[in-house]
Design a protein around this ligand. Structure first.
Ligand SMILES: [Zn+2]
Length: 329
């Protein structure tokens, strides 16, 4: 009896264990089904995203460059851009930035056309979604300190690889002139967010797939640079010509992936905190300190460094990748 009862108890245990096992298996199957449904749903979302992204149509015909003399016909810009403070450009000691920009473009166009390229000179109003091989906007800067000098190049926020290479080609041409210096750390938030290539905000902006860079030749407020810029536009046209030629013959028409703006997800400052530095260099002066856990959104990257935008002060600087956590790259 005892054994039998035990036997019946064993059977009950077996039944319970069996039921639990079946329930467990069923719930596992249910989880798997839910997972595969979620995966299928996610695949559908990704597919939809891919389908709704306009394809990057390869450019055909002659290599085409859009050159913009900064501030040209600024009064004709549409309402979306006119909401910004109007700017007719820098001016100092009777020299207008606009006149410098126009004179340099006048000299640059025939040089580029001599290469058989197509050159479009565009006003402040950029044709909506303008898609060309390269777009450069030419400017001269203004500084409250008349000693401040130097050139600088600003690609858009989260530049495509091609935009970075365009800026690097032009940078190399400027850097080859010993008498010039780079205005290191002088690039402002306004330059990176230049309306001419801010396709996220404006209809009248170049296509995200157009490699673009804003060029500041120098400072109208600096005597040496003011004289050079206003009396020798050929000098600057030659530098830009060399930079564009370098880009054309080393990068040319890159693969579609190189034309897509980079994507960065938010990262967080590690437990040791971090410093935002002027350049991607551990010895560079720092702009401000970041607290552990503080979120940062990279706008660009270089080997071992992320370029970030900070508020208070509203500036751009570099943080060592080792001091950041998370992110997608
Ligand atoms: Zn300007």
């Amino acid at each position: 009896m005892k054994r039998k009862r035990t036997g019946r108890a064993d059977i009950r245990v077996l039944v319970v264990v069996g039921a639990v096992a079946v329930a467990g298996l069923l719930s596992l199957v249910a989880v798997r089904i839910a997972e595969s449904r979620r995966e299928a749903a996610w695949d559908a979302v990704l597919q939809e995203a891919r389908d709704s992204t306009p394809p990057i149509i390869p450019l055909e015909g002659p290599f085409t460059v859009a050159i913009q003399p900064g501030h040209w016909k600024i009064d004709e810009t549409p309402a979306e851009i006119r909401r910004r403070p109007r700017s007719s450009g820098a001016e100092y000691a009777g020299v207008r930035e606009l006149d410098i920009n126009l004179a340099v473009v006048d000299r640059l166009v025939p040089l580029l056309e001599s290469e058989g390229w197509e050159v479009i000179v565009i006003p402040a109003t950029v044709p909506p979604g303008m898609r060309v091989d390269a777009f450069i906007s030419i400017h001269a800067d203004w500084g409250s300190d008349i000693r401040r000098n130097g050139w600088k190049l600003s690609p858009p926020w989260r530049p495509s690889e091609a935009s970075s290479l365009l800026a690097a080609s032009l940078k190399q041409a400027f850097a080859s002139r010993e008498e010039l210096r780079e205005d290191v750390g002088g690039i402002t938030v306004g330059m990176r967010a230049y309306f001419g290539f801010s396709y996220q905000r404006y209809h009248h902006a170049s296509s995200p797939y157009t490699p673009a860079t804003l060029v500041e030749l120098g400072f109208v407020t600096n005597r040496t640079e003011r004289i050079r810029m206003s009396t020798n536009p050929d000098y600057y046209a030659q530098i830009l010509y060399e930079g564009l030629k370098h880009y054309r013959y080393t990068v040319g028409r890159p693969q579609a992936e190189a034309l897509v703006p980079r994507i960065f997800s938010t990262m967080f400052v590690g437990p040791e905190g971090a410093q935002v530095r002027l350049t991607p260099d551990a010895d560079a002066p720092w702009i401000r300190a970041l607290e552990p856990g503080e979120p940062v959104t990279p706008v660009d990257a270089a080997e071992g460094w992320f370029e970030v935008r900070t508020r208070n002060p509203n500036q751009i600087g570099w943080v060592a990748a080792a001091d950041l956590r998370g992110g997608n790259s």
